[in-house]
Ligand binder design. Structure first.
Ligand SMILES: C[S@@+](CC[C@H](N)C(=O)[O-])C[C@H]1O[C@@H](n2cnc3c(N)ncnc32)[C@H](O)[C@@H]1O
Length: 458
C-alpha cells in the first residue's frame, strides 16, 4: 500500500521512468517498513524472553514442589490449581505460547493444540475450519482446557474400542455369516486396513438373502417407517457410527428433517461383528437405529431385500487394487442400485484417488436412471477447480498405481471430444450427509483432496 501511495503522489506512468520509480518507491517506503519490522522483531523478542522466563520460573516451582511438598511425587495440574500464583504464571505461559504460535496456515485446521504449542497439522475438513476430529470446537470462542475436557468427555463413549463378541454373533440374526474363512479369520480389528478380503473369492459369490423378519429385528420393527441409508464398504463403520451419534442432528438438518435408519454393508465379517457389538454396547445413547450386515455388495445388493432404501453411499472403495475387475462400482452394480432405489433415491460416491472417483462418476452418470443431484450441489457447494491444497508426497500404494481404466466405462462423451471439454466433472465441496468416514480423517491428515459426487434416481 505504501508503495502505491508514493507512486500516486509522484503522478505519471511513463514507462521509461519505471525502473527509477521502483527504486524511488523502495527508498520512500524503506524507513517506514524498517521501523515496522524493527517493532515486530522487538515484540517477538519480548514475547520469547517472557516465555523463557516463565518456563524457568515454572520449572523451579516444579522442583520445589517435588523436593519439599510431595517428595518422590510429581507436580500435577491439581497442585498448580491449588496455588494462585503458580496457576497465574502457568496460565500466562499458555496464553503467550498461543500468541507466539500466530495463526494457522491457509487451509489448515484452526485448532490450537496447547500441549504441542502449535496448530493441528491436519487440513481443515471439507466445508469447515477445523479437521473432523476437532469439528466440535468450531465456533467455540475460547478453547480453554475445561472446554476441551467437556468436549472430549462428551465424545469419549464413541471412541470405545469394542472387541468382537466371543461367540461371533453379529446382532439381528444371532449368528455371523458362516463360511470356512470366517472360522479361520483374524481377530485384530484395529490393524491397518489392507488387502484383507478378495471380493472375487469363491465364498463371496453366493448372494446373501435376507427377509422382512430379519430387518424387523434389526430395526426394532421400525424398518418400514424410516428411510434407509446404506453405506457400502463401510469397513469399521465409522460413517454409520458418526451418523448414529455426534453427526445425527447435523445430518437431519442437512437433509431437511430426514431421520434415517442406518445400515453398513461390509464384506469383511470380523468388522461387521465388531460394529454390531459396538451398536449393542452403545444402544442406550445412540440417536439413530444402526445395523451392519456382512456380504459382498456386488453379489448381494438386491438379494438383501433392504426395506425403504433412500440413499446409498460408496466411499473410498477399492484402495488396494488397480484391477478393473475388482471395482465395486461397475455398470452392473449401478443397475442394481437403480433396481433398489425409488425415484428421488440418492447415490453418493467419493474417493481421494482421482482416477477412481472419475470412473465412479462416469459409471453412475452414464446409467440412464441417474442424473447429477443438482439440489445437493447447490446446498453443499462445489469444489473449486484447483483445490487449495499444498502438494503432498504420495503415501499410499493406491496413489502410486497406474490406474487401469475399466473398459466397460466410456470417458464422458468420448465420441465427441469437444463436448467432453465443455462438460467437466463436478465435485462436491463436502460430504452431503454432514458426517465423515475413517478415510476422510486420513485424507485430512495427509492433505489429500477428496473428490465427491452425488447423483439422483430419476
Ligand atoms: C478403503 S475401505 C473404505 C472404508 C470406509 N468406507 C471409509 O471411507 O473409511 C473399503 C472397504 O470396502 C470393503 N469392500 C470392498 N469390496 C466390497 C464389496 N464387494 N462388498 C462389500 N464391501 C466391500 C472392504 O472390505 C473395505 O473395508
Amino acid at each position: 500500500m505504501a508503495s502505491g501511495v508514493a507512486r500516486v503522489e509522484r503522478g505519471g506512468d511513463d514507462d521509461e521512468r519505471d525502473d527509477s520509480d521502483a527504486r524511488a518507491t523502495a527508498t520512500a517506503t524503506t524507513p517506514m517498513a524498517a521501523t515496522m519490522e524493527a517493532d515486530a522483531a522487538a515484540a517477538v523478542e519480548r514475547l520469547t524472553s517472557r516465555i523463557d522466563a516463565l518456563r524457568v520460573a515454572l520449572r523451579a516451582r516444579d522442583d520445589r514442589y517435588e523436593a519439599e511438598i510431595a517428595p518422590g511425587g510429581r507436580s500435577c495440574k491439581a497442585a498448580i490449581e491449588s496455588d494462585p500464583e503458580w496457576r497465574a504464571e502457568y496460565e500466562e505461559l499458555k496464553r503467550l505460547e498461543r500468541e507466539a504460535a500466530g495463526s494457522p496456515r491457509d487451509g489448515c485446521c484452526a485448532f490450537y493444540v496447547s500441549r504441542k504449542r502449535r496448530f493441528c497439522i491436519s487440513r481443515a475438513r471439507d466445508g469447515g475450519t477445523m479437521c473432523t476430529l476437532h469439528k466440535p470446537f468450531e465456533g467455540v470462542d475460547a478453547v480453554t482446557p475445561s472446554v476441551v475436557e467437556a468436549v472430549l468427555e462428551r465424545e469419549a463413549w464413541r471412541r470405545v474400542v469394542v472387541t468382537p463378541a466371543a461367540d461371533g454373533s453379529n446382532g439381528a440374526d444371532g449368528a455371523s455369516s458362516s463360511n470356512s474363512a470366517a472360522r479361520r479369520r483374524k481377530t485384530n480389528v484395529n490393524r491397518r486396513m489392507k488387502r484383507m478380503t478378495n471380493p472375487l473369492a469363491v465364498q463371496f459369490q453366493t448372494p446373501k438373502v435376507l427377509d422382512d423378519a430379519y430387518w424387523s429385528r434389526a430395526y426394532q420393527g421400525e424398518h418400514l417407517s424410516a428411510p434407509l441409508l446404506v453405506d457400502v464398504g463401510t469397513a469399521k463403520g465409522g460413517f454409520i457410527k458418526a451418523l448414529a451419534s455426534d453427526c445425527a442432528e447435523d445430518c437431519t438438518t442437512a437433509k431437511s428433517g430426514v431421520v434415517y435408519n442406518l445400515l453398513g454393508v461390509e464384506i469383511f465379517d470380523i468388522l461387521v461383528d465388531a460394529a454390531n457389538a459396538w451398536v449393542k454396547e452403545n444402544a442406550s445413547t445412540l440417536k439413530r437405529r444402526a445395523h451392519f450386515v456382512g456380504c459382498n455388495a456386488n453379489v448381494s445388493l438386491t438379494a438383501l431385500n433392504m426395506p425403504n432404501v433412500r440413499a446409498i453411499c460408496i466411499q473410498f472403495p477399492d484402495p488396494w487394487s488397480n484391477k478393473p475387475n475388482r471395482r465395486v462400482v461397475t455398470p452392473k452394480f449401478v443397475d442394481d442400485l437403480a433396481a433398489i432405489l425409488p425415484s428421488g433415491g440418492e447415490i453418493y460416491c467419493c474417493s481421494d484417488v482421482r482416477a477412481l472417483a472419475e470412473e465412479m462418476y462416469d459409471v453412475v452418470s452414464q446409467n440412464k436412471h441417474f442424473v447429477l443431484d443438482e439440489r445437493t450441489y447447490e446446498r453443499v457447494g462445489e469444489m473449486p477447480d484447483k483445490p487449495n491444497l499444498e502438494p503432498v508426497p504420495e503415501f499410499d500404494a493406491a496413489h502410486q498405481y497406474k490406474w487401469i481404466k475399466n473398459t466397460h466405462v466410456r470417458t464422458d462423451n468420448e465420441d465427441d471430444e469437444d463436448k467432453d471439454k465443455d462438460v467437466p466433472r463436478r465435485w462436491l465441496n463436502a460430504n452431503p450427509y454432514a458426517a465423515y468416514t475413517e478415510r476422510d480423517i486420513v485424507c485430512e491428515g495427509k492433505w489429500r483432496p477428496v473428490y465427491r459426487c452425488a447423483m439422483i434416481r430419476i
